[in-house]
Each structure stands twice: as C-alpha cells, then as structure tokens.
Ligand binder design. Structure first.
Ligand SMILES: N[C@@H](CCC(=O)N[C@@H](CS)C(=O)NCC(=O)O)C(=O)O
Length: 213
C-alpha cells in the first residue's frame, strides 16, 4: 500500500491526501514531523520536509512531484487540465502558491497559531502585518485576476484550485481570512474548494489533530 510520510495541517501534505482521496487510492499515513532532524527520515528525503510518498520501489519527495506522479500512474479521475496551456498554468499556480504564497501564509500561521499554542510565546504582530498589509495583497490582486467568480479555474476542479486555496486554509487557522469585499473571487474559490467532500473530510481530520475539532 502507498505510504505518505507527513502530518495533518501541512498544506503540502494536504494536497497529497486530497489527490489520493479523490483518486480513491488507499494509503497509510506514516506520522512524520517536519524540522525533526530525524536521521532515518533524512535517508528517504534528504530535505527533511514532508510529504514523502512511497509507492512500492518508488520514493518521492515534494507535493508537486508526488501529485504529478499520481496523475500519471492513476489518471482517473484527472486532477490536472488536459489542455497543454491550461496544464502549464496549473503548474504555475501550483508553483506560485506552493512557493511565495504558502511561505506568507505559513508566516501568519506560525506567528499566530504555532507560537501561542505550541511554544507559549507572543506572536510578532509587526511581522504579521507586514505580510497581511504589504506582501500578500499584491499576490491576492494577481490571483483575483486569475480565478473565476463561479466554479473552478479550469471548469472542473483541478489541483490548481487546491494549490491556490490551500495556503489560505492555514492562514484561516490563524485568524486571517481573505477579505471578500476586496477579493471576492478568491474568497469564493477558497469557500468552494473547502466545501468539496474530499477536502472537507481532510480539513476535519486536520482540525482534530490541531486541537480545533
Ligand atoms: N516544496 C515542498 C515543500 C514542503 C514543505 O516545505 N513542507 C514543510 C511542512 S508544511 C516542511 O516539511 N518544512 C520543514 C523544513 O522546511 O525543514 C512540497 O511541495 O512538498
């Protein structure tokens, strides 16, 4: 059976769980903390990051690489658009939102959620406002210009939608919600992705494991 090393709450691990669930592929979760310096884990993923997927002889790190592999190996139902230009755009959204946008959302999540709850420290609100007031708005302006007012980015749901919405699920755990009066299409897309049964089910498990459910 496929194994996924990781933990609930990571936007990257979430993508892999949702892809596997939608494709109806059974898997086992191997609990793995990031930033643990676990020497055994470093043997299968030298970056020490989660997720890592093991499918038989194949061991892969990085959610984007993993989701691409799952799409090739288990094509039904498709989670990437068929059109070449759309597929390239889906890759771009996955890269942008799994990179810069996820890093900003993680900053909010770390300060407002991890610091008070896990480390009993005060959040650095100056740093949070720098993200929410300066760094994130241009990203949201761009994404607002890319996403539809209804439905999903390429019509049917694809990994692009989850990649775009996912960092904001983490920011929401820390009390940051995308302002629907300023970015209505983004707020709508995030809500529609959140409501998908497979996403809702993973988010429910996450909330429990983060002590929120
Ligand atoms: N590009 C990677 C990023 C994975 C990632 O950064 N995961 C975080 C958890 S949310 C992690 O393991 N961080 C530990 C570290 O950076 O050492 C992917 O898409 O899988």
């Amino acid at each position: 059976m496929i194994k996924v090393y990781g933990l609930h709450g990571s936007p990257f691990v979430r993508k892999v769980f949702v892809a596997l669930d939608i494709k109806n592929i059974p898997y086992e979760i191997v609990p793995q903390m990031p930033f643990s310096g676990d020497q055994e884990y470093l043997k299968i993923n030298p970056l020490g990051k989660v997720p890592t997927l093991v499918d038989g002889e194949l061991t892969l790190g990085d959610s984007k690489v993993i989701c691409r592999y799952l799409e090739s190996a288990y094509p039904d139902p498709a989670l990437y658009p068929a059109d070449i230009a759309d597929r390239a755009m889906a890759d771009w959204y996955e890269d942008l939102c799994g990179g810069a946008v996820a890093e900003m959302a993680a900053g909010i999540f770390f300060q407002r959620f991890m610091r008070p709850f896990a480390f009993k420290e005060e959040p650095d609100e100056e740093l949070v406002s720098k993200i929410t007031e300066k760094r994130l708005p241009p990203m949201l302006d761009y994404l607002e210009s890319q996403v539809p007012a209804d439905g999903f980015v390429f019509g049917e749901f694809t990994m692009a939608d989850l990649s775009i919405a996912s960092p904001f699920f983490n920011a929401a755990y820390a009390g940051y919600d995308v302002d629907a009066s300023r970015w209505p299409a983004m707020a709508g897309l995030i809500a529609r992705v959140r409501a998908l049964p497979e996403v809702a089910a993973v988010l429910e498990k996450e909330a429990k494991s983060l002590g929120l459910g």
